[in-house]
Design a protein. Sequence first.
Length: 202
Amino acid sequence: MKNDIPYKPSARDLEIIISTLDVQFVWLSHGLVSPDYRLELGGNDFPGICYNIEGKGRLIVPDHQPIDVEPNTLIIVPANSPVIIDSNSQDAQINLVYGFFKAVYGQTINLFEGLSTPIIERFGPEDPVGDHLRLAVPEFLSHEIGSAAMSATLLKQVIIHLLRRCAVTAGVWTERVQILRDDRIARAFAAMAANPGGNHTV
């Protein structure tokens, strides 16, 4: 009999996912969208990440309902999904960070593989997610020694804040992430990541 109760990963499972998570920006930029203008971005082989710093508008992904973009909104966009961002205000522009990234769990598992619809999380102004992404942009673009590692460290902190939401809100978007969708799969991968040399069977 199928269990219809949404799976909420345990704190231990999430700790193991985080400890074995390797993240890296593929491309990252900071942009402004003026009133009556729009920003169009083509799809990429990697998932997209968008954080709105200020202003209000819409983010449009083909075949999905438009997403209202308010300040402190973080959106993870499925891979190979073109995006349109436009302002719905006549007076204010949208100030946002947008890019593409890789997030690999346990060396081989793409954390957002199979994601078919955007993940939307609204944070408060006191949350450091926006600060991390704002700092990541000049670091990523500087191409200085250690810039890739520094920007990846900031990105991992953002992903950790996102994963923390799994521990308090089950079934809202965790079911869209393959590794978090099924408790048996998540626990099996967590066990393998915790003890790679063990005698594991699936």
